[in-house]
Design a protein around this ligand. Structure first.
Ligand code: C2E
Ligand code: CA
Ligand code: CA
Length: 789
């Protein structure tokens, strides 16, 4: 489960914001305002569209009802006029036969008709023949009558016409209609004047709701307004105030919006012409009135929307301000975060620099002692688990001090740098190179396949460093190195021991020959004089007593008590120092001098035992190595028993070690010799066991009591399963045959533990002690409980 604290979120956001290419705050702000703007714009556009639509609906509705009303009124008017035409046909009778009946009929008709309140009949000359009530025509009316009477031609009668309205009071609402009268034979005979009571007609519609300012008008054909009705009452027509009496397009019905009265607002005007009669009815309403309710609603809506807009804007601004504040906050956090990071980086930088300073040699850039110890220790930890070889080299430059003193420190420094450079170039990346100070260089050579590879590396280093260094501040300098080599784990299991031993070896190197290398393990130092010289000198060396025996203890696996020694021969050469047996025993075997040497060794071992006894020391058996050539010498058992007797020593104090290979060379004689030795009470050990081909079954037939497992098997016992199996099964089988088992070349505590678990009886190796000179053996005899070295 992971949970994020607010400060983590803040930090994460800050980081995210810092990374983006845009200014994210600007984007946030812009986004906020654009969003608000879009929302408001869409709200407004939808609402306005809705209002517009509503307005159209209201207007449409008004138009339809106006048109309906105009239609109804027109229809009514038409019926009235139709009646007038009917009256005229009745009045025609006047010119037929019986004017009297006509008069009576007309009077009757008129009495029941409230829309017509007067009628008069005129002949063609304009004389009034009949009148339902007295009336004085004004001149305009008379002119109109005469005009009407003279307009008939032949059989064509003039159409119904409206004469000018009378100005006389009380007749204001009476529209005088002129209708043609004809005789039985056709043709115009006179005119009927009917006074149409517009007031009565219009009053019928007065109660219809056409709004406070709505107007119903009746026009005659020339656009002269005859009458108008409002809710407030009836009015006289007054064409002088009318702007738009009739539509220009001559349509019978329709609606338009236009100003109606002079200096007045726009009206919605619906007209309906009667067509066959010269009348047009209009129903008008000021657009303002029609829209009044709509407008009130609209204003309310707009108010509301404005309010909403204001609130939204306020909110947006508020959020904007909040975002701004947040931005400030984030920016502050980001800034401080950045500063903190910078500070940490600086600190880390300084730490790194300090560490570098503390761990690097400032002159050469190599590791210093401190760093070397760290790196090398971790390498060694790994080395313990690997089958590869590791070597520690201590290198110093010959004559460095004198170069420094005579040519100056500057040249000395340049020289050290070049040497460091060459070391770096020669060695591998995995090797650890350090300068411990002065002209002391220390190197850990890592992961070698073979122990002998160290020789190649050391030789190469000597060669490279020996090359001249040209133009060091104007001087050409040539130096050789002295190198000491200690091998892991043979010469030390820990870094300090290895360095100490490499240092010792380096001094030895300096002492012997300048510009060379020396192993701490002397046996590996093979820079020897020519084998021929050695061979020549050998007999004299025996005479001159140049040979010495070194003794290596064998300890019990349980308790590490020393129970015996192996004598190992060394040649103390007056010129070449200590020479190890591998370099001269083969020579001596080759030319037979081994027999003399072998006798010397046996004598020396017996002498040593006698000396211990003389000094009152406890006696431990000494094993001597017998070479193949000696095993062909049938006089050997006699010589040995004779020497033992001469020194008055028990035979068990001397043991012999023979190798498998030396046995096979001449098995019959060898077996005889060994039988004799065993019979004399001398112990026989089979040396270097495992290297030969003999099986344990064969060994059973040999007169031996001990086998020594070759150190090649012990070395990798920890890492090589094969070697481990060989060692374990060898020990088990040897025990079954009643043989003692010695492990050779035990170098590490891990090997000790392993061999102990495998049941090995005795251990021998550098882990407990190297072969030591006779002087040192005495201490060991006194303290046979061995503390591992
Ligand atoms: P070896 O008989 O197997 O002797 C043991 C060798 O192993 C010795 O080398 C000893 O120094 C070395 N050694 C002992 N412990 C360790 C260890 O922990 N690690 C390593 N790496 N080596 C260890 P040394 O003295 O150089 O002898 C070499 C060989 O020379 C001997 O092998 C033996 O075959 C022969 N030799 C030595 N002394 C005599 C001698 O007096 N007479 C004869 N005939 N041969 C001798
Ligand atoms: Ca041996
Ligand atoms: Ca051996």
């Amino acid at each position: 489960m992971s949970s994020s604290t607010p400060s983590e979120i803040t930090r994460a956001m800050t980081r995210a914001f810092a990374k983006s290419r845009w200014n994210p705050w600007l984007v946030l702000h812009a986004g906020l305002f654009i969003l608000a703007g879009l929302l408001l714009a869409s709200m407004w556009s939808v609402s306005l569209a809705r209002l517009q639509h509503e307005r159209t609906l209201v207007i449409d509705h008004a138009r339809v009802s106006q048109q309906n009303l105009a239609g109804i009124i027109a229809e009514n008017l038409r019926q009235v006029l139709d009646r007038g035409v009917l009256y005229s046909s009745v009045a025609d009778g006047w010119f037929h036969a019986s004017p009297r009946t006509g008069e009576a009929n007309l009077a009757n008709l008129l009495a029941g008709d409230r829309t017509y309140n007067r009628m008069a009949i005129f002949n063609l000359q304009g004389h009034e023949l009949f009148a339902s009530s007295p009336h004085v025509m004004d001149t305009d009316q008379q002119a109109a009558l005469h005009d009407f009477l003279s307009s008939g031609a032949g059989n064509t009668l003039p159409a119904l016409r409206v004469a000018p309205l009378s100005r006389a009071y009380g007749e204001a609402w009476h529209a005088p209609l002129l209708l043609p009268l004809s005789g039985p034979e056709g043709g115009l005979r006179g005119a009927l004047m009917l006074h149409l009571d517009l007031g009565y007609l219009l009053r019928l519609y007065q109660d219809i709701d056409i709004g406070a300012n709505g107007v119903i008008q009746i026009f005659e054909e020339h656009g002269i307004e005859l009458a108008r009705a409002r809710r407030s009452g009836l009015e006289m027509g007054d064409s002088s105030k009318i702007v738009n009496p009739l539509p220009k397009d001559g349509s019978l019905s329709g609606t338009r919006s236009a100003p109606l009265f002079k200096a007045m607002s726009t009206y919605l005007i619906s007209h309906h012409s009667l067509g066959d009669y010269p009348f047009t009815v209009t129903v008008n309403q000021p657009v303002e009135d029609i829209l009044a309710e709509y407008r009130a609603r609209r204003d309310k809506d707009i108010m509301l929307m404005s309010l909403l807009t204001a609130i939204a804007l306020l909110l947006t601004v508020g959020v904007g301000v909040m975002v701004s504040r947040q931005r400030l906050y984030f920016e502050t956090v980001a800034r401080s975060e950045k500063e903190k990071k910078l500070l940490i980086e600086q600190l880390e930088d300084e730490k790194r620099r300090a560490y570098e300073l503390a761990s690097r040699d400032h002159l050469t850039g190599l590791a210093n002692r401190r760093m070397f110890m760290q790196l090398a220790a971790s390498h060694l930890a790994r080395a313990r688990r690997s089958r590869q070889h590791y070597a520690l080299m201590f290198l110093d430059l010959d004559r460095f001090k004198s170069i420094n003193d005579t040519l100056g420190h500057k040249v000395g420094d340049l020289l050290l740098r070049i040497v460091a450079q060459r070391l770096r170039e020669t060695l591998r990346e995995s090797d650890v190179i350090a300068r411990f100070g002065g002209d002391e260089f220390v190197i850990l050579v890592t992961g070698l396949e073979h122990e002998t590879d160290v020789v190649g590396i050391a030789e190469k280093l000597v060669e490279i460093i020996r090359k001249p260094c040209l133009d060091l501040d104007g001087h050409d300098v040539q130096v050789g190195p002295s190198i000491g080599v200690a091998l892991f784990p043979r010469d030390g299991q820990d870094l300090d021991t290895l360095i100490r031993h490499a240092d010792i070896a380096m001094y030895q190197s300096k002492k012997l020959s300048r510009g060379s290398f020396t192993f701490f393990d002397q046996s590996l130092n093979t820079h020897l004089p020519h084998a021929f010289d050695l061979e020549q000198r050998l007999p004299k060396a025996i005479e001159d007593g140049e040979f010495v025996l070194h003794f290596q203890p064998k300890v019990e696996t349980e308790g590490f008590r020393t129970v015996g020694f192996e004598a190992l021969i060394r040649w103390q050469h007056p010129e070449h120092g200590l020479i190890f047996p591998n370099d001269f025993i083969p020579l001596a075997e080759g030319n037979g001098q081994i027999l003399a040497l072998g006798q010397w060794i046996i004598e020396a071992a017996c002498r040593e035992l006698a000396a211990w006894r003389a000094d009152g020391l406890p006696l431990l058996p000494i094993a001597v190595n017998i070479s193949a050539r000696q095993l062909r010498d049938t006089g050997l058992p006699a010589y040995i028993t004779e020497r033992l007797a001469a020194h008055n020593l028990e035979p068990r104090l001397l043991q012999v070690e023979v190798t498998e290979s030396s046995l096979v060379e001449n098995i019959e004689i060898a077996r005889g010799i060994l039988d004799e030795l065993v019979a004399a009470g001398i112990g026989v050990a089979l040396d270097d066991f495992g290297n030969g081909f003999s099986s344990l079954g064969y060994i059973k037939t040999l007169p031996i009591d001990t086998i020594k497992i070759d150190r090649g098997f012990i070395r990798d016992i920890q890492n090589s399963p094969d070697d481990a199996i060989i060692v374990e099964s060898t020990i088990i089988l040897a025990h079954k045959l009643g043989l003692r088992v010695v492990a050779e070349g035990v170098e590490t505590s891990d090997q000790v533990v392993y061999l102990k678990n495998a049941g090995c009886d005795l251990l021998q190796g550098y882990y407990f002690s190297r072969p030591i000179p006779r002087e040192q053996v005495r201490g060991m005899l006194l303290h046979p409980m061995k503390e591992p070295s």
